[in-house]
Design a protein around this ligand. Structure first.
Ligand code: GDP
Ligand code: CA
Length: 330
């Protein structure tokens, strides 16, 4: 059976996957309809809140593909209520800024209970997916605890800096202050979750969807062994730019790229990933029509490149992007 492996963050990745599955089902991909899709999801956004283990990217993928997502928000459960959050606020316990819906909490309770009983996150994810039937094999990048932290300026601190969890930077501060430094706690010591390396080395195609290149795909690539698997695989590796017209479509990729010194452009991200033939991870890269003038620059890096519409406005539009990506590196 054919297989496609996707290295995904939350919202951008989930939306892409929706289009990819639609494209496969509708025979729009240069792959058979029954192609198996494996998703390796970022877990460096994970956070413990109120004693619960929350995995935002895993859940966004699971809820989106399982048709349980709140479409307007793009995260969390549809028809959500917030009684627990309101009660916690009444007690005055922090963090008050993190969105925990009542329905969503059930997922975190099941996950936390299983983790505390000794199951690894990959087994827990599989158990949660038995309910959601996302139509893909969903794997965390690692079973180990990895957390992205962000250093920001803080005049009240003796060092002039304060380090906060990525979720606090994103949700509470809305990424409105510069990220001076990113710290990926635990990443160097982590190992890929069971099945991750095999999903890459055994794939017929590996896709880097339009996910955050630093705090989603970047952290997945940072798990020791995953980059090596991408070098080793016979499958072509193709990516779709999350940067359109020199900014992110939504989210905070711009702030994250700036903090690691990468030019905020489709070609900048391609250069950051690098050509697989030159020690990087990409064989092909799709940029948006708006960035057509960057195609030659990407090609000069040793990466096949094409400009096409890259706005994921519907599963149909996204399916076209996925098919073009696959054809680019076929
Ligand atoms: P997160 O974990 O929810 O931040 O989601 P991801 O890391 O998967 O994706 C976020 C990235 O997706 C952002 O950098 C956006 O620029 C990008 N993105 C979101 N929607 C689109 C779209 O329609 N087209 C493209 N090309 N990129 C998008
Ligand atoms: Ca994320």
């Amino acid at each position: 059976m054919s297989s496609i492996t996707v290295l995904s963050g939350g919202m951008g990745g989930a939306r892409f996957l929706q289009g990819l599955l639609h494209g496969l089902a509708a025979h729009r991909m240069p792959f058979p309809q029954d192609t198996a899709v494996t998703v390796v999801a970022n877990t460096a956004d994970d956070i413990w809140v109120h004693g619960l283990k929350v995995c935002p990217d895993l859940d966004t993928v699971m809820y989106t593909l399982g048709d349980g997502i709140d479409l307007d928000r793009g995260w969390g459960r549809r028809d959500e209520t917030w009684s627990v959050k309101d009660e916690l606020a009444t007690y005055g316990v922090e963090p008050t800024w993190f969105g925990l819906g009542d329905r969503d909490i059930a997922t975190h309770l099941v996950r936390t209970q299983m983790l505390e009983a000794g199951y690894p996150l990959s087994d827990v994810t599989q158990a949660l997916c038995r309910r959601w039937q996302p139509g893909v094999t969903l794997l965390p990048m690692s079973d180990d605890r990895v957390e992205t932290h962000v250093a920001i300026a803080d005049a009240d601190s003796p060092s002039g800096k304060r380090v906060i969890h990525f979720q606090e930077y994103w949700v509470r501060l809305r990424a409105e202050v510069p990220a001076e430094k990113l710290v990926f706690v635990g990443l160097d010591q982590s190992s890929p979750a069971p099945g991750v390396v095999a999903a890459i080395t055994g794939a017929d195609l590996v896709i880097l969807p339009p996910s955050n290149p630093v705090v989603s795909v970047g952290t997945i690539l940072g798990v020791p062994g995953i980059r090596e698997a991408l070098h080793e695989t016979d499958a072509p590796v193709v990516g779709l730019s999350p940067i359109v017209g020199n900014t992110h479509v939504r989210g905070m990729a711009e702030q994250m790229l700036t903090s690691i010194g990468v030019e905020v452009s489709a070609a900048g991200v391609a250069g950051h990933y690098g050509a697989r033939s030159r020690g990087g991870v990409l064989d092909g890269w799709l940029v948006d029509d708006a960035d057509a003038d960057q195609v030659a620059r990407v090609e000069s890096l040793g990466i096949a490149c094409r400009a096409v519409p890259l706005m994921m406005t519907s599963p149909d539009a996204t399916a076209t992007m996925a098919a073009t990506a696959a054809e680019l590196v076929r």
